[in-house]
Design a protein around this ligand. Sequence first.
Ligand code: PEP
Ligand code: MG
Length: 582
Amino acid sequence: MASFTLHGIPVSRGISIGRAHLLTPAVLDVQHYLVPEERIEAEVKRLQDAIAEVHKELQHLWTELPKDAPTELGAFIDVHVLILSDPMISEAPLDIIRSRHYNAEWALVTQIDELSAQFDEIEDSYLRERKADIQQVAERVLKVLLGTAQLKHPIQESLGEEFKPQMIVVAHDISPADMLAFRDGSFSGFVTDVGGQNSHTAIVARSLDIPAAVGMSQASRLIEQDDWVIIDGDAGVVICNPSQLVLEQYRARQALQVKARKKLQKLKKTPAITKDGTAITLLANIELPEDCAGAMEQGAQGVGLFRSEFLFMGRGHHMPSEDEQFEQYKKAVVAMKGRPVVIRTLDIGADKPLDHVEHNALNPALGLRAIRYCLSEPQIFLTQLRAILRASAFGKVRILIPMLAHAFEIDQSLAMIEQAKAQLRDMRVKFDPAIEIGAMIEIPAAALALPMFVKRMDFLSIGTNDLIQYTLAIDRVDYEVAHLYTPLHPAVLQLIAMTISAGKKAGIDVAVCGEMAGDAKLTRLLLGMGLREFSMHPSQLLQVKQEILNSDLEAVTAQTRKIMRSMEPDAIAEALEALQAM
Ligand code: PEP
Ligand code: MG
């Protein structure tokens, strides 16, 4: 097998070595997990039983056919019975379960996908159209399987460390909602054709702490099922079918990284204090309340960003009710044991679409997203606000509003929060009446009109991911312009520094919750700008803490001033290197 190397965008650090598992959009729709050896035959039987059940269903349909039914109807059922009995459906997926350890649904969809591709090549249009019949039959089987689905991925329950599969997902694209399904730890790396460094798919990969590279353009076409793949998540390089020598080199690097990470674990309980004794607050970014355990484990002092929109994604037309949301927010608050939890209101749109909202905007990143959407859907917004307020009765909660730019948006948001409070008071439901409200500073207009914000808000949180996107006019999910996306552009640095100092002057807290906060190469720069609150993925916390422990604020601040005076990228890069070396 020929070895080849692909270059893309590094999004999640570390090295992963494993077998490629190609996922197509259809495959992404069903549950996918690996079945442990001892359960393989049970899984095979689950699929055989489902197929037998569909045989029965079809027979029943036959007998129930009214006498005057058109003959085509009976013929259709016959075709479906034939398809179901064909080895390509009744046997090939069983082989996939046995050889690849896929669960039944995944094995079936994988086989159907392969068949569909073959059908697309057929010249005869009658035969080509039989593809739809095959899909209908598969859907019947999937429906039956759904009834016998395992509630919990078996892999979580019974796989020993030594069986931990090293499977690398290769796909054209994976949506942030689909990424959530990978939280069970079945996969050890991700490679996608599209995406940017701060696309939400990349952000979720980072939160899973799994090596990932995106923007690989042709990866899903060039890499084949079960190929050996190395992901170098630090460099954004993917090596397919590496030589033995290369494989050994990467294994050695991987071992070194594991060792370094283990060493960092010793810092979990160490307070984040600079050399000169200034305490820095380190918070966690989470997508779901379940992430709180990892945040506590890594020593986070609270949650600085709960991306609540993940509760709303991948649910079809069904939005979470007030009670359901309340339970989730409360779960996070309780899990953090008295530490503050900043819950961001629904930041939907652009690369985080809601399933039931039509998205036909030409520029979705500039469209009806985040607070703009919430203010246009007051009932959805009020429901969420009531749920958050109710959770505030169980611990320290703060509300964070994304994508604000206009004074009237701030005022309307605050008025809605008052309205939600009044509704709860009427119902005699408890909440924290002094709950603090903050604004995300992620639009350049906001960073240039800070007095408007500090006057009205209790705290600010800088969303550098969007701030960079909007300042440099670069779509954060578009790999073709990813090389232009940099946090070190002097305009971006100026906007961040201005926000930090405006907050300081006004005596309100300012945090950074964008990806810059978790990048240890930028920790000193942010410290030097005066930042004292960092919010990041729990997996990045200890590395950032290590930087803080080794930093002397006076020296770091002086060197940062030099960086801020420069408008030349080379000079900035050089001064940043000197800052790192101090
Ligand atoms: C940001 O924009 O920096 C941010 C933290 O929010 P998100 O990445 O979810 O847009
Ligand atoms: Mg944002």
